[in-house]
Design a protein around this ligand. Sequence first.
Ligand code: ZN
Length: 431
Amino acid sequence: MASGEGRRRHHDLVPLAALLKREMKSEKMEKPTVRVGHAAQSKKGEDYFLIKTDCQRVPGNSSSSFSVFAIFDGHNGNAAAIFTREHLLNHVLGALPRGLGRDEWLQALPRALVAGFVKTDKEFQSRGETSGTTATFVIVDRWTVTVASVGDSRCILDTQGGAVTSLTVDHRLEENIEERERVTSSGGEVGRLSIVGGAEIGPLRCWPGGLCLSRSIGDMDVGEFIVPIPYVKQVKLSKAGGRLIIASDGIWDALSSEMAAKSCRGLPAELAAMQVVKEALRTRGLKDDTTCIVVDIIPPDNELPPTPPPPKRNKLRDLLSFRKSSRDSASKLSKKLSAINIVEELFEEGSAMLAERLGNDDNLNSGQSTSGIFVCAVCQVDLAPSEGISVHAGSIFSTSSKPWEGPFLCFDCRDKKDAMEGKRPSGVKVS
Ligand SMILES: [Zn+2]
């Protein structure tokens, strides 16, 4: 690093003050304004939410700030929702390697989210309390939105052009065939509740336990094939910004994604959240806890919320779709496409297999803590070399050709992984 003195000796260099000013200006241009609103109507008191707009990637550095928004819809009690609200963020951040730049940090997020969800689930289950929760967890870093979710609390994106997309999938046995197959092949039974006389009623549930969801945090009294491994999606918005609507099923059982988005267009975030809840109650009444967070990501120098879409032209409409692109060409492509308001998809993965989600270690995720000790990729505990079990194989000293390559799991997390894949009898051991 050039010191201040070194700089002053070179007359052709830009003065530091001018440099800083220029940097601050581009910083301001680059950074969207984030506005948030929240509204809720409680029926059972099992919906919880998190709004945190002051997180910093580098502590003390305000230009590294990001925001977190989440909804936790509990069932069979509120303990899992409260626990997850308190610990999930820390567990996700704890799974991220230190000292990463913004781009590397964003790339490392999907894996850290998986580790954080599994760690939270494992910790909650070890307390021996029943109850479970959905978790829809959204990180907004400038124009990049990363969503991780288990359960059926949806997050949708409404863009300036009027295209509404879901950033989550619903982990409901009734509607998700893939998840139904996974659960049955892991030893669970899927069927409806039968009442006296043998008639079957209600949505598809998983037995034992009778849960309608195929993924959740907690639920120790349900089979372990009900996993806490989140679906993760990461997108980069165009410089036109967009609106996120995150809500529990109290909203989505009453309104489609399009209806929710349309009902609040043109309103500022706080009023928009109230409007969505009002619309859901008007349609269906208060049948369930109903919680909604609206997040507006607004271009700098434009303090207005996203406006209603202009009249649609077919040509433009064709272009209003997601476009996959590799990270290498991402920024170039993004610039070209931002003019026509295309949301760039950076990452999407929904597999329930832990090994697939943790991937192979590379430079970003070396599996080693800064002290050089191996750490468990899920719970982050230090591992003695003899303890580490590669997520992909048996003991690191036997099967792997590169035994120093992880990721590694502690015995406990390996056990959890096997249980989630139906490789050991279900049912949590309570010690
Ligand atoms: Zn572990």
